[in-house]
Design a protein. Structure first.
Length: 86
């Protein structure tokens, strides 16, 4: 019974991490969106803003991939383990 509770706690902890990463990904993706591009048309500042936006979008994709990986490689197997132990 103790192991079951411990395993469920790990699952819950990982799920909280996934929620945090997904929120992070969504916010970064919003920063990388088109809404900020309208103000910056030409010049070095426009290039810097474009690079920043691309960096935010790349980090958003990485965070979303981390969510998928943690879910598939950690949470799903742990849930299967709980079912098998019952």
């Amino acid at each position: 019974m103790t192991r079951k509770k411990e395993t469920q706690d790990v699952i819950d902890m990982l799920a909280d991490r996934i929620d945090a990463e997904m929120t992070f990904a969504i916010r970064l993706d919003r920063i990388g969106g088109e809404q900020y591009l309208r103000s910056f048309q030409i010049g070095q500042l426009a290039d810097a803003v474009q690079n920043f936006k691309q960096s935010c979008q790349a980090k958003a994709r990485q965070a979303a991939e981390l969510c998928d990986n943690v879910h598939q490689n950690c949470i799903d197997p742990l849930k299967q383990l709980l079912l098998q132990q019952e």
